[in-house]
Design a protein around this ligand. Structure first.
Ligand SMILES: C[S@@+](CC[C@H](N)C(=O)[O-])C[C@H]1O[C@@H](n2cnc3c(N)ncnc32)[C@H](O)[C@@H]1O
Length: 238
């Protein structure tokens, strides 16, 4: 009786889990489309930065999960799309919806991919799962061709002071907490520069006013370009 009352009235503390265990649970309900208001504003901001016509683009969707951006890149007629994720369970979901991309199981690094290869890398809502942001961004920069684009999103670092946690309620009724590291905008700026990427756009959308009247930023969306030594050459002074 007491345990039933507890279930009903006492908020339970989330159970911490590692990434693979967490996404093994979450994959069962993790749709390849926005499933909350935060993801809606995040996706809108990301899509505003991703080129509309990707016919000439070789794309990589890092931490593709169940394939949300893999599908969106395909819908923009990308020449070719690779989706990479460490969670086999998320990739099973991606396989169910995938329209023809190449799905690979791999961690953020080392990526089993060649240097200077992709025209565009997307990475939706995943970099905060990694403490070592420099290594993650450097690996993206390695596989990006000179002049290529990296467009990625994450929970806004405002969440650190607001005490946000990365939690979800699984189908079994348990609320799990996943590892999350808030990276500040100056962390991103520094790390991108060190990796040879120039940040061109930063978006910090908030939820609609009817959901959050305070209009605090909820996600950070970044577009960076890999330096192209050839186009950066100064023309000789005549
Ligand atoms: C919040 S989900 C986002 C999925 C997808 N990008 C989206 O926006 O819908 C985060 C994804 O990051 C993946 N992930 C977390 N840590 C990873 C790592 N070290 N290497 C590769 N993928 C990782 C998880 O497996 C999960 O699929």
């Amino acid at each position: 009786m007491l345990s039933k009352l507890k279930q009903k009235f006492i908020p339970t503390t989330p159970t911490p889990v590692d990434i693979l265990t967490g996404y093994a649970h979450w994959s069962k309900s993790y749709q390849a489309s926005p499933h909350n208001p935060l993801m809606e504003v995040e996706q809108q901001a990301m899509l505003g930065l991703i080129p509309v016509d990707l016919r000439d683009y070789g794309c990589l969707d890092m931490a593709c999960g169940s394939g949300r951006y893999t599908l969106l890149l395909q819908a923009r007629r990308a020449n070719c799309v690779f989706g990479i994720d460490y969670s086999a369970d998320m990739l099973v979901q991606a396989k169910k919806v995938d329209l023809g991309g190449h799905l690979i199981r791999a961690p953020f690094w080392p990526l089993p991919l060649p240097d200077d290869h992709f025209d565009l890398i997307t990475c939706g809502m995943a970099v905060g799962h990694e403490q070592n942001l420099p290594q993650l961004i450097a690996e993206c920069a390695r596989v990006l061709r000179p002049g290529g684009l990296l467009i990625y999103s994450d929970l806004h670092p405002f969440g650190a002071s607001a005490g946000w946690q990365r939690t979800f309620k699984a189908d079994n009724g348990t609320t799990y907490q996943l590892e999350h590291h808030f990276h500040t905008l100056s962390d991103h700026d520094h790390v991108c520069r060190e990796a040879g990427l120039q940040i061109e756009t930063v978006l910090e959308p908030s939820l609609p006013t009817n959901v959050d009247p305070h209009q605090n930023p909820v996600v950070l969306v970044i577009k960076a370009t890999k330096a192209d030594p050839i186009s950066n050459l100064q023309s000789p002074i005549s």
